[in-house]
Design a protein around this ligand. Structure first.
Ligand code: AHM
Ligand code: MG
Length: 339
């Protein structure tokens, strides 16, 4: 059996940054803080469901702290930690309408973070995997003071790092800074993320599809045709595919990253005939797309590469089709032919 040198996330990031001669330690400190916030959220997620039986009132826990809903807790934890680190000029969260400035009285820095603090909101109270997604850019606005909207509205191709945390049967942080994708599993007894999945590669083709098929009648004709194709009996071609759908993007993507296949959240037809996508470009599609590409996969709207899109506004929504290279290419071919 091959064994690896025991490598903590903090040590990995510190060593990785040594390859960058211009590194000042700022990026390393930011990643340490992100992993600390993730551990705190993980601890809260694991306590979910205990609140009612620990004698804590609805709004206050035993130590007099206000109990917050998990999604608010995650939002505050990440915003507070990042806002005081001195490495950011501005940040934005899926939970807040406007850009979030650095905390008053704290210094600004050269980086920009966008995040979805607790992904999978419909799974919060039912003990199903949740996640956190983050993306990191370098500031593009002039000067050293507070950052601007332009710093936040960069295309995904400008990401310098991205990752997600999955709060699942174990807690994992999966991360890329453009040198492949690496997975770290939280050893709760040590309080450390340990490198467990070095250099993750997504299979070129899979045999699982992941979509909320309850929406089938609202999908465009090309998507409906593609899904029908996946379900045909064609064993020599690896079909029919199996269906897996959790309803937490991080969890559905994590499986797709490790096992291959395709995740789809196409735009849904509305009563007026127009189509509306659900997932957010800035907080969800871009970081996930960057990780997918770094692992050899592909992320697309069906027509365009996700990372090439120029966000027009912070909460813009896009169709997201992500997964194994050949599966996403097959979907795109279907859209070209029938879209
Ligand atoms: P959220 O940010 O409110 O959690 O919504 C995003 C989630 C994704 O995690 C998931 O892929 C999708 O919404 C599930 O949507 P649906 O319940 O429509 O299948
Ligand atoms: Mg989300």
């Amino acid at each position: 059996m091959q064994t690896y040198r025991l490598m903590t996330l903090n040590r990995y990031i510190a060593e990785e940054q040594q390859w960058h001669p211009e590194a000042t330690g700022t990026f390393t400190r930011m990643m340490w803080d992100i992993s600390l916030a993730a551990k705190l959220v993980s601890r809260e997620v694991n306590k979910a469901g205990l609140v009612d039986i620990l004698g804590e009132t609805e709004n206050e826990n035993a130590s007099g702290e206000r109990i917050q809903k998990l999604d608010l807790y995650a939002q505050h934890r990440f915003a507070r930690t990042l806002g005081r680190g001195g490495y950011l000029c501005v940040m934005a969260s899926e939970e807040e309408a406007d850009p979030i400035p650095v905390t008053d009285g704290y210094p600004t820095g050269p980086y920009v973070v966008v995040f979805d603090p607790l992904d999978g909101s419909s799974n919060i109270d039912v003990n199903v995997s949740l996640g956190t997604i983050f993306g990191i850019y370098r500031r593009v606005s002039e000067g050293e003071g507070p950052g601007t909207l332009a710093d936040l509205l960069q295309p995904g191709s400008k990401l310098i790092a991205a990752g997600y945390v999955i709060y699942g049967s174990s807690t994992m942080l999966v991360y890329t800074s453009g040198n492949g994708v690496h997975g770290f599993t939280l050893d709760a007894s040590l309080g450390e993320f340990l490198l467990s999945h070095p250099d993750i590669r997504m299979p070129e083709r899979g045999s699982i599809y992941s979509v909320n098929e309850g929406n089938l009648s609202r999908f465009d004709p090309a998507t409906r045709r593609y899904l029908a194709h996946l379900k045909e009996q064609a064993p020599a071609d690896g079909r029919p595919y199996s269906l897996r759908y959790i309803g937490t993007l991080v969890a559905d993507f994590h499986r797709t990253l490790l096992r291959g296949g395709i995740f789809l959240y196409p735009a849904l037809r509305r009563s007026d005939g127009s189509f509306k996508p659900k997932l957010r470009l800035v907080y969800e599609a871009n970081p996930i797309g960057f990780i997918a590409e770094q692992a050899g996969g592909r992320a697309s709207t069906g027509r365009e590469r996700i990372l090439d899109l120029q966000p027009g506004e912070l909460h813009e929504r896009v169709p997201l089709i992500v997964g194994s290279r050949d599966d996403v290419a097959a979907y795109e071919a279907m859209v070209r032919e029938h879209g």
